[in-house]
Ligand binder design. Structure first.
Ligand code: PLP
Length: 444
């Protein structure tokens, strides 16, 4: 791209565009010219490995022709039709989603994003149970809209405080930093589940509508539930008539090597919220999948949920094509196979680098947690203390090498598109290795 053109794009961006989660003054966004597969290129022609699949949504990679074609065809045929009508792609995608979802799931309400999905799931849980309290975890992100931000536990919720009454938080099974030597994963699960049960009893179990969890905590550090934990949560919900809602916005659609994260533990939630990988960002789409009981409830009771763009035909067409791509290109299998390679390589990095305290991975979903001291586990940046300065430097150093990703608190997220090949993955991880050496030497 011509330098003048690139400069103009950047100038206009800085003058008129507000970027998420940032003070705007010092932003210097890279101008991106094109993207293909697991790569994208900036206006200077520099190539980047997309090692976070953008926002862990671009599972099929950039530029997939089948999805693009489906959007074009649908735009020409019928770009929009109100939510009250039945449309071929709308029916087809709903059936496909239920086919891929765990066996107890019956119907889907389509939205446009992860946040909207969670907003609607909160409302459904309240309508079905007639209760008002909603439990969710501290280390979680469920979206930026008001209800979803109140559901979220991490600092991005603070601007929505004082919070909505009835939103209660509990702690994730973050064993690495619990400070307790558990004898086994099962023992850890028992500890966390018992604590939650106690908390629910003290809140008044009969007032709790739902427990929301990210099946695997995502942006807050890929925290993988220990064995028995999810079953423990299921049991609490069954005992007290509480809805278990799995937020699978990041973990859904193949990211963990299964269609949904909950499949890894044969968990059957009451609702699943999703977005991201259903269309991989080609157009926006999200949704709430509900079990038979909830679906039946709304046979006779009004579903007080609505969106002008509910089940938008362009999104549904893209969703149908995307699910076909997962099947045609065996992306779930590839994710499982590449996940094994990723896990092995990350363990090597943990063994080699003083700054790597922990690595957590499942499928192509992983985090590298950085510490100042492996023995004390002192974090490289104290929690909530503007990690951007140090972590921003590290992510910047990765970008300079051509490894694009993002960080959250002390964790670097590694979650490449599910189409990645072994040699590409290993090539990218060499860059991570080099930057971690720099972190070992310069930053701790
Ligand atoms: N839930 C989870 C687990 C997420 O990771 C995200 C976004 O990253 C959301 C919800 C919000 O999704 P959206 O940005 O599409 O509203």
């Amino acid at each position: 791209m011509e330098i003048l053109e690139a400069n103009k794009i950047k100038q206009q961006d800085k003058k008129y565009n507000l970027h998420s989660w940032s003070a705007q003054g010092n932003l210097n966004p890279i101008v991106i010219e094109k993207a293909e597969g697991i790569y994208f290129w900036d206006s200077d022609g520099k190539k980047y490995f997309d090692m976070s699949s953008q926002l862990v949504n671009l599972n099929v990679g950039h530029g997939n022709k089948k999805i693009i074609q489906a959007i074009k065809q649908q735009a020409e045929k019928m770009a929009y039709m109100g939510p009250g009508y039945a449309v071929d792609v709308r029916s087809k995608l709903a059936a496909k989603v239920i086919d891929k979802a765990p066996g107890n799931m019956a119907k889907v309400f389509f939205t446009l994003s992860g946040a909207e999905s969670n907003e609607n799931a909160i409302k459904m849980a309240k309508m079905v149970t007639g209760r008002n309290k909603v439990f969710s975890r501290y280390r979680s992100y469920h979206g930026a809209s008001y209800g979803a931000a109140n559901l979220s536990g991490e600092p991005r919720r603070y601007t929505c405080e004082p919070g909505i009454p009835g939103f209660v938080k509990f702690f994730d099974p973050y064993i690495y930093r619990e400070g307790i030597e558990f004898k086994s994963e099962e023992a850890a699960s028992k500890y966390y589940v018992d604590k939650l049960r106690e908390q629910i009893i003290y809140e008044g179990a009969e007032s709790v509508a739902a427990i929301f969890i990210e099946t695997i905590t995502g942006s807050n550090g890929v925290i993988i539930p220990p064995k028995g934990y999810l079953q423990g949560l299921r049991k609490i919900c069954d005992d007290y008539g509480i809805m278990l809602v799995c937020d699978e916005v990041m973990t859904g659609w193949g990211r963990t090597g299964e269609w949904f994260g909950c499949n890894n533990w044969n968990l059957e939630p009451d609702m699943i919220t999703f977005a991201k990988g259903i269309t991989c960002g080609y157009v926006p789409l999200g949704g709430v999948i509900v079990n038979e009981k909830i679906a039946k409830y709304f046979d006779d009771n009004v579903l007080y949920c609505g969106l002008t763009y509910n089940a938008h035909p362009l999104s549904c067409a893209a969703g149908c094509a995307t699910l076909e791509v997962y099947d045609d290109e065996n992306l779930i299998d590839n994710c499982k196979a590449m996940g094994k390679v990723l896990g092995k390589e990350l363990e090597k990095l943990k063994g080699k680098h003083a700054s790597v305290g922990d690595v957590r991975y499942i499928g192509l979903f992983s985090a590298v947690e950085l510490v100042k001291d492996k023995a004390t586990k002192e974090a490289i940046v104290p929690y909530g203390k503007d990690p951007d300065k140090i972590m921003g430097k590290i992510v910047g150093a990765l970008k300079d090498k051509g490894f694009s990703t993002y960080s959250h608190e002390n964790c670097i997220i590694v979650a490449p598109p599910l189409i990645i090949k072994e040699e590409e993955l290993k090539e990218a991880l060499v860059m991570l290795d080099e930057v971690l050496s720099y972190v070992d030497e310069e930053l701790i």
